[in-house]
Write a protein that binds this ligand. Structure first.
Ligand SMILES: [Zn+2]
Length: 186
């Protein structure tokens, strides 16, 4: 995955190109069976150059909050050396609308815009739980200074999630228990 990131970048400055790049990254994830069907990236500055990427790592890392958006935001914050991206004019591009947890994390990160591919209902359609997110979530983010754009390359993002499910990828839902029994520390 690092090779993909190092060897490529979005071909143009459009949000569609940034989303296409994130979905290319997601295709790599699915090809390598390295995690859930979600990818994200943070782009920074006036040129919105790639700053950090994140892939869903919930199952691989035994971590319920290792969603692609959380991984990408943490990597971006570490890269700029601050808990806030507010000074870096950052945009979060995510292959699917944020779940309740990621929605909550977005304002804390200091990003100023959010671009989403698939809709939450697309994730729910294959069995993922998106959590108790407010129906007016887009307006709430806008009120906190985060501009939201949804449905960018939605069909491709949805198709990739469906491919993951059809291939037998784990549909993890913490509240419903795990396919893998939890180990109690000795
Ligand atoms: Zn999430």
């Amino acid at each position: 995955m690092a090779g993909f990131v190092a060897a490529s970048k979005p071909e143009s400055a459009s949000r569609e190109a940034r989303m296409a790049w994130v979905l290319d990254l997601l295709e790599q994830q699915l090809h390598h069976h390295s995690g859930g069907p979600f990818a994200a990236a943070v782009f920074a500055g006036e040129a919105l150059a790639p700053l950090a990427v994140g892939l869903n790592r919930v199952e691989a890392t035994c971590c319920s909050h290792a969603h692609a958006e959380m991984v990408a935001l943490a990597a971006a914050e570490q890269r700029v050396g601050s808990y806030s991206l507010a000074g870096a004019s950052c945009q979060l591009v995510t292959s699917c609308e944020p779940c309740a947890m990621c929605f909550g994390a977005i304002p804390w990160s200091g990003v100023v815009s959010l671009v989403c591919g698939a809709a939450s209902e697309d994730a729910r359609a294959i069995g993922f739980d998106e959590g108790a997110r407010h129906p007016q979530w887009q307006q709430q983010l806008a009120q906190r200074g985060v501009a939201v754009q949804t449905g960018v390359h939605r069909d491709r993002a949805r198709m990739l999630m469906a491919r993951y499910a059809a291939a037998g990828g784990t549909i993890y839902n913490g509240m419903a228990g795990s396919a893998v029994p939890a180990r109690m520390p000795a």
